[in-house]
Design a protein around this ligand. Structure first.
Ligand code: ZN
Length: 255
């Protein structure tokens, strides 16, 4: 389906909101003027406990079904404060590509190869960005005035691991050092949203190392590099270059 009407026909008037999914965010959806009439919500999947809250809706309203529905229908930024979003590039289907051949393309590049993998000549799996490009009537970067705003986050355990230069150890999960730093921060701050969205760098430094505090602030200010996900492969986050990590830990030594 290309439009809400095509999908829901005479019931379209009862669709008040759409959900962005991990591989897209509000800014991508603002490019489609046909979506101006619906609210953009962002929900977590709950298939694993640690991933609850990767995306969320933040309301300032009475905790009841009717008040929450009212906030969604009205899209009033005083009641529907903001959404919390994954960086869409981190999602598994942001770019186009073919995973087996390790080919990843932005929509312009895949147009040039006629949507075929240059290595094995099979069809590329088309990502969300290309789909938005196809349906959009506004240019990339368009900002919808009066829309409910959003904040991008990266889960705290990932930020800690990246800041320390430690990777995920496969099935056994994070290295002990990552878990230790995670629990220390949560104990100090109360919950992950406080750490990711609210606390100042000075406050964070009371509970963790300067390089982890710097990592959290960098994500908040969107100063990160993400290699986009494609064809079922999650995007890869880079918060620090090797030089930056070195200088952040030198700073720690000086302190
Ligand atoms: Zn291929």
């Amino acid at each position: 389906f290309d439009t809400i009407e095509e999908c829901f026909d005479e019931l379209s008037k009862y669709i008040y909101a759409i959900e962005t999914g991990l591989s897209s965010d509000p800014a991508m959806n603002w490019r489609l003027s046909m979506l101006d009439k619906v609210a953009i919500v962002s929900n977590s999947d709950s298939h694993s406990l640690t991933r609850i809250g990767r995306e969320a809706n933040v309301f300032d309203t009475e905790l009841s079904y009717y008040k929450i529905i009212e906030a969604i229908k009205s899209k009033d930024p005083k009641k529907f404060l903001y959404t919390v979003e994954f960086f869409p590039e981190e999602g598994k289907y942001h770019y186009d590509g073919h995973r087996l051949c390790r080919v990843s393309f932005n929509p312009q590049e895949s147009k040039k190869t006629n949507f075929l993998c240059p290595k094995c000549k099979r069809q590329l799996t088309i990502g969300v960005l290309a789909r938005v490009d196809q349906l959009a009537d506004r240019t990339s970067g368009f900002e919808l005035i009066g829309a409910v705003p959003y904040k991008n986050i990266i889960p705290l355990d990932q930020i800690i691991a990246e800041s320390l230069g430690l990777g995920n150890t496969g099935n056994t999960g994070w290295p002990k050092k990552v878990v230790f730093e995670y629990e220390k921060l949560i104990k100090h701050s109360g919950n992950e949203f406080q750490v990711l969205l609210e606390q100042s760098k000075e406050e964070l430094k009371k509970a963790t190392s300067p390089q982890i505090a710097e990592g959290i602030i960098k994500v908040r200010e969107k100063r990160v590099h993400i290699e986009p996900g494609y064809d079922g492969e999650y995007g890869k986050i880079k918060i620090f270059t090797a030089d930056e990590r070195e200088s952040a830990s030198n700073q720690a030594v000086l302190l």
